[in-house]
Design a protein around this ligand. Structure first.
Ligand code: ATP
Ligand code: MG
Length: 364
């Protein structure tokens, strides 16, 4: 197997304590119900959901529940495949097919015969290969590179993506016909933040898996630590939770995780928002934004109410009402100053600027 291709064949031993495949959340219960239903059939499955929601975990579970369970489960990461090697990785090659092909080689499709082939991150598959894949899915046979005879394959395909394939179809980066071939049985995994009722059981399942690796009989989280975990937003979903717990186990003596052992990353979204300086953090309300804008404009107008109201497109009465409300809440409001930069006011505003002083008397 090429080092560049991330393929994990079925010989990977199953973990001693499996992942949590039970849920108290209605959306997740439906996911599991759909998974159980499709397992018995040979239908192609398309698993969607944010990164870290458990798409591969679900794919393996479907395989284990299916009549294919005693045959291989082969996972291929489509994003990690260099275009030049892709064809032979997936479909194999005959000896002498190209320079360097000294041996016949069985591809991933053949390796998964009678089992399940996981095409992970299908959105990253190059367009040329999408065409090849479409043909294989339609004809249910492959041809090794340099081979002449088609080889029939019996493989259930499970494709996963964390991207919006329909949008990719619309912008031409994903083949529409392949999309419909894959979208036979779609299952969407909810993000962790929408299934927080599962958090305690997930923590337990993940800790049960971690304990033997760190030489503990069992690992635990304190009540406060569990509350802290419940308060986090988990943009990285179950993977992020597993990482935080693993760090916790590393830091906690005896595997008893307290709040002091939790290192939870700041949400990526707000990091991005801070960098861009435009997008509001999720906690900012419309009212916060309005106040910031009003005070910023007023400051830029040297405190001149008339001019600020004009720039903001609101009446001076509205502006004064807002400023009064801000003062009452203890917010510092710029005082009207006389030395307003006239250049910024523009021609007609100069006469209004002279009335700016009246602001002082009717100050909001
Ligand atoms: N139900 C679960 N119980 C225990 N662990 C889980 C569960 N779901 C996911 N995990 C853990 O979370 C991590 C991410 O899961 P997985 O690789 O299946 O996510 P994914 O949706 O395929 O992510 P990506 O889109 O980034 O490939 C893994 O370590 C996995 O073991
Ligand atoms: Mg995955």
């Amino acid at each position: 197997m090429s080092a560049t291709l991330s393929a994990r064949p079925a010989e990977t031993p199953p973990p001693k304590r499996g992942p949590l495949l039970d849920s108290a959340n209605p959306a997740m219960q439906r996911v599991l119900m759909l998974g159980r239903g499709v397992a018995a059939t040979p239908a192609t499955v398309l698993l969607t959901g944010e990164s870290g929601t458990g798409k591969e975990v679900l794919a393996r579970w479907i395989h284990q529940l299916s009549p294919r369970a005693r045959f291989p489960f082969v996972a291929v990461n489509c994003g990690a495949m260099p275009a030049t090697l892709v064809e032979s990785e997936l479909f194999g090659h005959e000896r002498g097919a190209f320079s360097g092909a000294t041996e016949r080689r069985v591809g991933r499709f053949e390796a998964a015969h009678r089992g399940t082939l996981l095409l992970d991150e299908i959105s990253e598959m190059p367009l040329a290969l999408q065409t090849r894949l479409l043909r294989v899915l339609q004809e249910r046979e492959i041809q090794r590179v340099g081979g002449t005879a088609p080889i029939a394959i019996d493989v259930r395909v499970v494709a996963t993506t964390n991207r919006d394939l329909r949008r990719m179809v619309a912008d031409g980066s994903f083949r529409e016909d392949l999309y419909y071939r894959l979208n036979v049985f779609p299952i969407h995994l909810p993000p962790l933040r929408e299934r927080m009722e599962d958090l305690p059981a997930l923590v337990e399942a993940i800790l049960a898996r971690l304990a033997p690796r760190f030489g503990h009989d069992a690992c635990r989280v304190s009540r406060d630590a569990l509350s802290a975990l419940a308060a986090a937003s988990w943009p990285g979903n179950v993977r992020e939770l597993a990482n935080v717990l693993e760090r916790g186990v590393v830091l906690a003596p005896g595997g008893c995780i307290g709040t002091e052992h939790l290192v939870i990353d700041a949400p990526m979204e707000s990091v991005g928002a801070r960098r861009e300086g435009t997008r509001p953090a999720a906690s900012e309300t419309l009212e916060d934004l309005e106040r910031q804008t009003i005070l910023q404009v007023l400051d830029g107008c040297g405190g001149n109410r008339t001019h600020a109201a004009e720039q903001l497109g609101i009446s001076i009465r509205t502006l004064r009402n807002r400023l009064r409300a801000y003062r009452e809440r203890g917010v510092e409001v710029p005082e009207p100053a006389s030395g307003v930069p006239l250049a910024r006011a523009g021609g007609p505003a100069i006469s209004r600027m002279t009335t700016g002083g009246s602001d002082a008397t009717h100050r909001g």
